[in-house]
Design a protein. Structure first.
Length: 156
């Protein structure tokens, strides 16, 4: 690969990455909607599942990328649907901890089944070796992105 094609690829990478992520999410949302799951419900449930039961509400908000009040409304919906329950934090009376219910665990299995199917479909032309290379690159990019975010949070 020449340095000019490498440079050109680097210049386009961010836009391509963001565009692909947007389209990937739209495809997931569409397929999950066919299974009766909205992006407002499946993403927070998956974050809760991945984080483990008992995560604090404010930590879930950070992981999902929502402000506290938006998450509260969403958690109200998930509680009403019987997918999660809120419990008092035994170490902090002001905080709530979030737990999946048995129905929430069933919903996770449904979500995982749909995600696995569509991800296999979308990655059909990508080899395991390419996936490993991408995963390694994503890990490196993630570290750099976090350092940029951390630097933005530092007081000036």
């Amino acid at each position: 690969m020449t340095s000019s094609s490498s440079s050109s690829s680097r210049k386009r990478f961010g836009f391509q990455f963001v565009e692909l992520a947007r389209r990937w999410r739209r495809a997931l949302d569409s397929r999950l909607a066919q299974a009766g799951l909205t992006d407002a419900t499946w993403a927070p449930l998956m974050h809760l599942h991945e984080s483990g039961d008992g995560i604090q509400q404010k930590e879930l908000a950070v992981r999902v990328g929502l402000d506290g009040s938006s998450l509260v409304r969403l958690l109200d919906i998930l509680c009403t649907q019987g997918l999660i329950e809120r419990r008092e934090d035994p170490h902090d009376r002001r905080a709530k901890r979030i737990f999946l219910t048995p129905d929430g665990r069933r919903a996770i299995r449904d979500i995982q089944r749909v995600l696995t199917k569509i991800e296999l479909e979308m990655l059909a032309d990508v080899s395991d070796a390419d996936i490993a290379i991408l995963s390694d690159a994503f890990a490196k990019i993630s570290v750099r992105v976090q350092s940029v975010l951390d630097a933005q949070q530092e007081p000036r």
